[in-house]
Design a protein around this ligand. Structure first.
Ligand SMILES: [Zn+2]
Length: 340
C-alpha cells in the first residue's frame, strides 16, 4: 500500500516537472533569443567622432565590453557575441557577416553622435573699395562701400540619445511619428556598401523591413524608454535608410543602432567617459534588451490573451507608454528627408 502511494506520488511529481519544463522551454511562447550580437562602432584606423579629449571608438568599446559583461551575467543561457573586443577596424560588411555567421537573433550597435560647431556670421563694418570704369580718357575712379563680416563658431548644443532603425520606405512610417533630427557623426566605416537607391538594395531593404522592422522599433523604443528613466534627453527612435545605418539591414535579425550621446557636447563627453556614466548607460541598454527578450519569448501567450482585439489593429503597436507623461514620443524620421 505504502509502495503504491509512493509510485503515484512519484508519477505525479514527474508529470508536474514535465509540464513545468515544457513551460520553461517556451513551447507555448514566442521565438527564443539565443544569440545577441554587440557591435562596438568604429575602431582601429577609424576613430569615429572626436570630442575634446576622447574618440567615439574608445567609448563604444568600453560601453560594449560592459554591456557584454552585464548580459553574460544576467542571461547565462544566451550567447553574447562581440564584433570586436579590442581596438581594431572592421568595415560594416564584416560586422554584418560576423552577426550573420554567428546566427544572431538581435544586433545591438553602439555609437556616439557628433554635431559640427555652429557657424555664425555678423556684420562687422563697411570698407571703402575703389574701382575704375571706362578706358583711356573716359576712365574714371569710383568708390563703393562693401560690408565686412565677422565669422566665428560655437559648440553645437545638440545632445541626447537616439536609436536608429532601418526602414526601407515611407510605408514603414506607420510604426511611429515624425521627428527631424540629423545624424552627423563620421562614417569612415561605411566603405564599399551598395547604393541604397539601387534596385537590389531596395529589394533587400524591403525584405528586411517586412521581417524585422517592427521588432527593431520595439527594441529601440524599450531602450530609449530606459534612457529617459535615467534622466537622459531622448530624441526617440529614428527611422532612416541612408548609408550610415546600412549595416542594420545587412543583418538577418532585428537590429538597432544606439547613439549614446554627443561627443561634441562637453557634458555628454564627460558623462560617456566616466565610469558611472558608462555603467548607467549599459544598465539602461541591458534593461531594454532584457525586456524585449522577455516580451518576444512570451509573445504567443500575450497574443492569445488579446486575440479578440487583434483583428482590428491595422496600425502597428509600438507607441510610447502614455502613462509616463515625461517621456518624449517615440518618433521616426521620414525616409524622404534623408540627405544622401
Ligand atoms: Zn559612429
Amino acid at each position: 500500500m505504502r509502495r503504491h502511494y509512493f509510485y503515484s506520488g512519484a508519477l505525479l511529481l514527474l508529470a508536474f516537472f514535465t509540464i513545468v519544463t515544457a513551460f520553461g522551454q517556451g513551447t507555448r511562447g514566442g521565438p527564443k533569443i539565443r544569440t545577441i550580437i554587440v557591435d562596438a562602432g568604429h575602431g582601429g584606423t577609424d576613430a569615429g567622432a572626436r570630442g575634446k579629449y576622447s574618440t567615439e571608438a574608445e567609448i563604444t568599446l568600453k560601453l560594449s565590453l560592459k554591456l557584454d559583461e552585464i548580459l553574460r551575467k544576467e542571461l547565462p543561457d544566451t550567447r553574447i557575441v562581440m564584433t570586436r573586443k579590442t581596438d581594431i577596424f572592421h568595415n560594416v560588411r564584416e560586422k554584418a557577416k560576423i552577426a550573420n555567421d554567428q546566427n544572431g537573433d538581435l544586433f545591438v550597435c553602439i555609437h556616439v553622435n557628433a554635431a559640427p560647431d555652429k557657424k555664425h556670421k555678423e556684420l562687422s563694418h563697411y570698407k571703402t573699395v575703389t574701382y575704375y570704369k571706362g578706358k583711356g580718357k573716359s576712365r574714371k575712379k569710383y568708390t563703393r562701400k562693401e560690408p565686412v563680416y565677422r565669422y566665428w563658431t560655437t559648440p553645437n548644443p545638440m545632445h541626447g540619445t537616439s536609436t536608429y532603425v532601418f526602414a526601407a520606405d515611407r510605408a514603414d512610417e506607420k510604426a511611429s511619428g515624425l521627428l527631424t533630427e540629423e545624424r552627423y557623426e563620421s562614417e569612415a566605416e561605411i566603405v564599399d556598401v551598395p547604393d541604397p537607391k539601387s534596385t537590389e538594395a531596395i529589394i533587400a531593404a524591403r525584405l528586411w523591413s517586412q521581417k524585422f522592422f517592427k521588432n527593431s522599433v520595439k527594441l529601440g523604443t524599450m531602450i530609449e524608454e530606459e534612457f529617459v528613466k535615467i534622466g537622459r534627453t531622448s530624441q526617440g527612435v529614428l527611422q532612416r535608410n541612408h548609408k550610415g545605418i546600412w549595416v542594420l539591414q545587412a543583418t538577418n535579425m532585428p537590429a538597432v543602432l544606439i547613439e549614446t550621446g554627443f561627443i561634441t557636447d562637453k557634458e555628454e563627453e564627460d558623462y560617456l567617459n566616466s565610469e558611472d556614466g558608462q555603467n548607467e548607460m549599459v544598465r539602461a541598454i541591458a534593461n531594454g534588451v532584457l525586456k524585449y527578450k522577455q516580451q518576444i519569448e512570451n509573445r504567443q501567450t500575450t497574443r492569445s490573451d488579446s486575440s479578440s482585439t487583434s483583428k482590428k489593429t491595422t496600425t502597428p503597436p509600438p507607441v510610447p507608454d502614455k502613462s509616463k507623461p515625461t517621456q518624449k514620443p517615440v518618433a521616426v524620421m521620414p525616409s524622404t528627408t534623408k540627405r544622401d
